[in-house]
Design a binder for this molecule. Sequence first.
Ligand SMILES: [Fe+2]
Ligand SMILES: [Fe+2]
Length: 269
Amino acid sequence: MAHEDKLIGELDKLKTSFSTTIEKIEKDIKRKDKIMERSDKRQRKEYDELQDKLEEVKDLNKEIEDNQREAVFQMGVIGETRSKETANHVIRVAEYSYILAKAYGLDAKESDILRQASPLHDIGKVGIPDAVLNKPGRFNEEEREIMNAHAKMGYDMFIKLSGAIYQAAAHVSYEHHEKWDGSGYPRGLKGEDIHIYGRITAVADVFDALGSDRVYKKAWDDEGIFKLFKEESGSHFDPRLIELFFENLDEFKKVRDSFKDEYKEGLVH
Ligand SMILES: [Fe+2]
Ligand SMILES: [Fe+2]
């Protein structure tokens, strides 16, 4: 009997120490859970804060981009006002350039950069004296030279600015009067030596200028414009771009119809 009592005693001891160990383990687990919970909460908070910051940065980026888009557009309007063009001319030239850029195979980003930069082609005209700019009738040689300087002046204005749109605008300004056969100005560049942005802007700008009524001229009809484009393909214009122009004519017409010029008392606004 004594032996059994001893055994039971031993078992009891074991039981007590076992339950203390279990209790200790349970406590440990609970403490760990609490610590985990706390660090989980902290991590989540940090994550949420980071998310918020990211949203803020995104919003700021969007705001900067929108502001730049607006400023660039207004610059285009200023430049084109010097040529007695309208704000809708700026939009149309932008959209025509975009259509051609995409059709030519430029990617979406490059095409959008050109869309914004192409209406800046005549910004250099802000530096041309009114007496020359508004002279009725033909220019003499000296006046022609002054007038033609607008291409290089636009280039000089933009090339100093960093940013893809301004760099594109520099090319557009410098090269929108170059011709495929090398007979253009200011440098007499030929073929693909003319930046694609300049070649596209030339087609877009001429198409719009010919097809629009102005205080000093009536719009050409489509037949006349198409005839000129066919004749000038390979001389003034990049022949590939003229092909693409005719292939995408419906899109061009859609833009023209959506952004018509408004008239008030016979004046263009
Ligand atoms: Fe020009
Ligand atoms: Fe223009």
